[in-house]
Design a binder for this molecule. Structure first.
Ligand SMILES: N[C@@H](CCC(=O)N[C@@H](CS)C(=O)NCC(=O)O)C(=O)O
Length: 248
């Protein structure tokens, strides 16, 4: 079976999918798609993913027809259901082996989309970074501040969940198990991109420790090199406008 991942490493859902593929030892070809330049809306890409977003996965099985999939969570669950390395895959998403745990993961994945992802600031931070100095203040107050206010309750929810589910703060996980799951990965990738521009989460110490521990994983680090570099550039050039103390 051959797999092609259409993605970009400055995109949160793309990084989550790619990190998981590496964690599971899945072989894939990487095809970079310039989503910021509109490439997801081209004819060739719409054939791969009619939803016109990255990530997308093209699967060419040895004995049946090629098909493709969009939506990061669907791709990640597909990886966990089909990876050869069954033991590792079950740790990320247990599926039939443990329906209660998979239901809990589904719950946090659904929550993620309506909360942490909904208040993603990175897109606007990039606009802020690229815009004229005289417009920065306006973007900061009209776009960034409401997103910061929107994200804070989600961080508080995560803080309570992490504190409740973990007896030790060494390497906490959302469900309290020893191994992170798809829920940890999806949410951490989202928050990591604002950490990359310099935000810290001092008001949410369990969130901070949890994110730091995930960010130390080998494949997380490898896939996040581009976002680290981009974040450093933004931080060095426009830190004052970002209100980096928003989360303590
Ligand atoms: N729910 C989707 C979100 C995908 C998404 O928003 N991708 C962005 C990049 S982060 C994209 O492709 N944007 C292109 C566009 O909307 O024009 C998923 O999890 O895969």
């Amino acid at each position: 079976m051959a797999l092609t991942l259409y993605a970009h490493r400055l995109s949160q859902p793309c990084r989550a999918v790619e990190i998981l593929a590496r964690e599971l030892g899945i072989d894939y070809d990487f095809h970079e798609v310039d989503f910021a330049g509109g490439e997801t809306h081209t004819e060739w890409f719409a054939q791969i993913n009619p939803l016109e977003t990255v990530p997308a996965l093209k699967v060419t099985p040895a004995t049946s027809d090629t098909f493709s999939l969009g939506e990061s969570q669907a791709i990640m669950i597909y990886f966990c259901r089909t990876a050869d390395n069954r033991d590792t895959a079950q740790r990320w998403y247990p599926n039939d082996a443990d329906t209660l745990t998979s239901a809990r993961i589904d719950q946090w994945l659904a929550w993620h989309h309506a909360n942490v992802r909904r208040f993603d600031m990175f897109h606007h931070i990039m606009n802020l970074h690229l815009t004229l100095p005289m417009l920065k203040r306006e973007i900061q107050s009209t776009l960034l501040k409401p997103l910061q206010d929107g994200l804070a309750p989600g961080l508080a929810t995560l803080e309570v969940q992490l504190e409740r589910s973990n007896t030790s703060r060494a390497a906490p996980t959302l469900l309290g198990g020893e191994h992170p799951t798809l829920a940890d990965l999806a949410i951490a990738c989202e928050l990591y991109q604002i950490r990359a521009v310099g935000y810290t989460f001092g008001r949410y110490p369990h969130v901070q420790t949890w994110l730091d521990a995930l960010a130390e994983r080998e494949h997380f680090k490898a896939v996040c090199g581009d976002i680290d570099a981009q974040g450093r550039e933004v931080f060095e050039q426009s830190g004052a406008y970002l209100a980096l103390g928003a989360f303590g």
